[in-house]
Design a protein around this ligand. Structure first.
Ligand code: URA
Length: 236
């Protein structure tokens, strides 16, 4: 696939689109050993050799991981209290960051990437990304409260709602599987707290349909088909 030279340079991460144009106009870019100073020039990133001031520009490599987050890690790239972070668990030289957050003690599906557009897509409220959590409560969830959570309760002045609530074991109403499409900070805990329940453990079973299919603390790369499906589903 051909891409515009200025777009290719900017996406490689070395500079902005505007500065890339300047580099082209200043005659500092060569393609296959020929100086190019045409802004509309297109290249094939897989075949053409693009140099700035004689140095090869490597196309940016986007990476996408699924981590089954264990308890005891923060979902940031570095922590002011020096606690272990989720990025410590993944071996890569790319600058990855988590797509949204899970609390320090929350476990389960967390995606990480270095692709900001992909992350925005999966965290933007308008996309209503489904999240499924297994929740342990300090007491039995009664029917009235179940109904309230499905109709919506106010947390910090804004209504929140669970789209589905199931009891995996009919007789154990302290254990609940909930589905929601909100990513507000500590959303699940706050929803239950609004009705006087304490969440004693929280595990994200799936995010955007991606399941935690690796053991806790382990990770895998997303398949190209998973990435494409997510982009197709939410980018249009
Ligand atoms: N809701 C919470 O309360 N905590 C999480 O980690 C995720 C969702």
């Amino acid at each position: 696939m051909l891409v515009r030279l200025n777009k290719f340079i900017a996406e490689s991460g070395i500079t902005s689109r505007r500065k890339a144009e300047e580099l082209i106009l200043q005659g500092r870019i060569s393609v296959n050993n020929e100086i190019v100073n045409e802004l509309s020039f297109k290249i094939n990133p897989d075949a053409d050799d693009v140099l700035v001031d004689g140095e090869r520009i490597k196309p940016r490599r986007y990476v996408y991981y699924l981590l089954n987050k264990p308890s005891g890690f923060v979902s940031t790239t570095n922590d002011e209290k020096n606690r272990a972070t989720v990025t410590d668990l993944i071996k890569t030289n790319e600058k990855i960051f988590p797509v949204g957050r899970l609390d320090y003690n929350t476990t389960g599906v967390l995606l990480l990437t270095n692709d900001g557009n992909f992350s925005n897509l999966l965290t933007h409220p308008k996309n209503q990304i489904p999240r499924v959590y297994e929740v342990h409560l300090d007491r039995l969830l009664n029917d009235d409260d179940k109904t309230s959570l499905l109709r919506g309760v106010y947390i910090e002045g804004e209504k929140g709602v669970f789209s589905r609530i199931d009891f995996p074991k009919i007789k154990d109403r302290k254990r609940v599987i909930i589905t929601c499409t909100e990513g507000r900070n500590r959303f699940v805990k706050k929803m239950f707290a609004a009705l006087g329940y304490t969440v004693t453990s929280l595990n994200r079973i799936s995010f955007a349909g991606i399941l935690a299919d690796v053991p806790p603390g382990k990770y895998r790369k997303l398949d190209i088909s998973e990435i494409k499906n997510l982009i197709k589903k939410y980018a249009e």
